[in-house]
Structure formats: C-alpha cells, structure tokens
Design a protein around this ligand. Structure first.
Ligand SMILES: [Zn+2]
Length: 349
C-alpha cells in the first residue's frame, strides 16, 4: 500500500476506535439504578405557609450532591453551592467553569438572595467549582480550605470575603453555629493534593485538587432557646474518632459511592458518623449523577461509579436494626429536618 493509503486506513481505524470508545462510554454512563418510586422514602416538604406558621425555625433545601441551603428566615447558610454540573463529555474532554445561567436559575428557584456564608466540603469541582461565583452573587463569605480559597482568589474574590476553615472554634452566623471538623474523602479519591496558587476557570477537572475534607456540625437555636443540631458529612469516608465529641439530631450523609464499598466499610462508616453523633434521622446526599443538569429530575449515579440500590438496602437494614429513619431529599424541596423527630438529644445550653 502507498503511504497515502496507509494514512487513510490508519485515520479511518482511529476514527472507528474513537467512535466505539465513545459509544461504550455513553452506554456505561447511562446504565444506572432507577430512583425508587415509593414516595414514603422521600423527605416530606414543609406545608404551605410554613414560614408564617413557624417563623424562625431551621429549614433545609437540598440541591444535588452536597449543596444544601439552611435558613431560619433571617440567616441563610449554604454548603458548596454547586449548580453548574458540567456534562460528562465536558468533564472528560475539556475544561470546566461556572455556568452562570445555571447558577442564577438555581438561586432564583430556591429563592436564595443573601447568604451569610458558604462552607465548601472540599475542593473537587463537584463541590467547589461555583462557590466563589455564588459568594459573589449573594455576598456570602467563602469558607474552606486553602485550596478552596485559591479557587476564590482565581475567581477574583477579595480576601475580606473569604475565611480559612477554623477547626478550633465554631463560627457564628445569626442563630447558627458552624463547627468544621477535619474528615476524610470517600476511599481512593481522584485528584488528591492541594491547589497551591489561585485557580482560574476554565480549568481541567483534575486541577480542582481535593485539599482538606470537612464534616460540618451545625447548631441552631431558635427564639425560644431550643437548640437543634445537624451534621453535614459530604463525602463517604471517615477519620476514626473525628466525630466522637459531637452530637447531632440528624445527619445529611454523603453516600456516593457507598454502594460500591464492602459491607464492612458501610457499617464502619455508619458507626463513625451516624452512630457516633447519635443522629436519629439520616438524609442521604451525594447520590445523584452530577453530570446531569439540575433542570431535570435527578438520577442516581451510573453503575460504573456507584450502586444506589445497594445503599438503599443498607439504609433500610440499618433502619430495621437500630430504628434510625432515613428520607431521601429531593432537589429544591424545602424540608424541616427535625419534623416529628423523637425526643431531642441536644440540650439547650
Ligand atoms: Zn470529592
């Protein structure tokens, strides 16, 4: 064959291989467990007029991955603030950057205007990508690791709008107190290490290095002096004993990719988080495929990454073993995390 023919055949073979790989990947990314149809497994929305009937009470709104808004009508806190959710193709082939239209749409849908602070669990893009843009829009203080603050610097946030995670003291915002606790990522994390200089988007997903991982213990005291507490533990890993001095009524518990771990790991994780803080209700988070947009109903992660069915079976088993309830939060549905919770463990101080 002439050199020209060889070149054409090689190019054609490469194109066929690329197409086959793309097709295989597309299939792998589309196979996933269906979300359960049993409505009883989902968290109940607050009733209409809840803000009038129960002013000043803590309410929570989940918005995918580990993005949760907490508000008492006076002060609003946010975790992560990740709304852009770039597609898998985008993440694998290109660079990621905040999608400002998606951020605006999500904030408006959740009726979020002013935010006191955004706490970023760690610096992977599925947590930290949009946090500076959301802080910019809402006036929030961006709180996180040095890696997260470098994402803020790359975005152009001023130092006065950022605060390095304080592991020694809780931070106070209105009636909220937030204690960050050094924790661990789920096993075998990608993109480990730190972001050591300002990171400007667009950047490759791998440039959003993990940095430190935090668990968040949030307490809220209402006008009558009643204190309630919740744990937001974004990533399904644990640092043994790191939560032993803390108590929480409920836990927002990261479960991705818990379905792929061993049974032993799942029970250890449960013991080190939910059991240790004595939570009586669990809201699984980080179960959704974050390469799909928030404008569509959330789907579970594909089998290639996780198996939410296994996690659900585990949650049901734990419920039957120790009576700890669970309820799957749905995006943009405001809930009372403590609704009809049996006797509180948190004693007002
Ligand atoms: Zn991560």
């Amino acid at each position: 064959m002439s050199a020209k023919v060889i070149a054409v055949v090689t190019a054609a073979a490469t194109a066929v291989t690329a197409a086959a790989t793309a097709t295989t990947l597309k299939v792998l990314l589309s196979r996933r467990p269906a979300m359960p149809t049993d409505e009883g497994l989902y968290a109940n929305p607050v009733p209409a007029n809840d803000d009038v009937d129960h002013p000043g009470e803590l309410r929570a709104t989940f918005m995918g991955v580990s993005t949760i808004a907490l508000t008492d009508g006076e002060t609003t806190l946010l975790t992560d603030g990740f709304f852009s959710r770039p597609s898998a193709q985008h993440v694998l082939a290109g660079r990621v950057s905040p999608n400002h239209a998606a951020i605006d749409e999500a904030l408006s849908r959740a009726d979020i205007d002013e935010v006191a602070a955004i706490f970023v669990a760690h610096s992977h893009y599925d947590h930290a990508l949009d946090a500076p843009a959301v802080a910019w829009r809402t006036g929030a203080t961006l709180v996180g690791s040095e890696s997260t603050l470098n994402i803020g610097r790359g975005y152009g946030l001023g130092e006065e709008q950022m605060k390095l995670a304080d592991l020694a003291e809780p931070m106070t915002f209105g009636r909220f107190k937030v204690q960050l606790i050094l924790s661990e990522h789920s096993p075998h994390p990608k993109f480990q290490g730190f972001i050591e200089s300002p990171l400007q988007a667009p950047a490759r997903a791998k440039e959003y290095r993990m940095g430190e991982c935090y668990s968040m213990l949030i307490t809220h005291t209402n006008a009558t002096g009643r204190t309630r507490s919740l744990l937001i533990h974004a990533s399904a890993g644990f640092k043994p004993g790191c939560l032993k001095d803390h108590r929480a009524d409920v836990a927002f518990l990261g479960v991705g990719p818990l379905g792929k771990q061993s049974t032993e790991f799942r029970h250890d994780y449960w013991r080190e988080t939910v059991e240790t803080v004595r939570a009586r209700r669990v809201f699984p988070i980080h179960w959704d495929d974050f390469t799909l947009p928030l404008s569509e109903p959330l789907k579970a992660m594909p089998y290639i990454a996780d198996n939410f069915d296994v996690t659900l079976k585990f949650l049901k088993r734990r419920r039957s073993l120790d009576g700890i309830e669970f309820a799957i939060p749905e995006p943009f549905v405001t809930i009372d995390p403590f609704a009809e919770l049996r006797a509180p463990v948190t004693v007002p101080s």
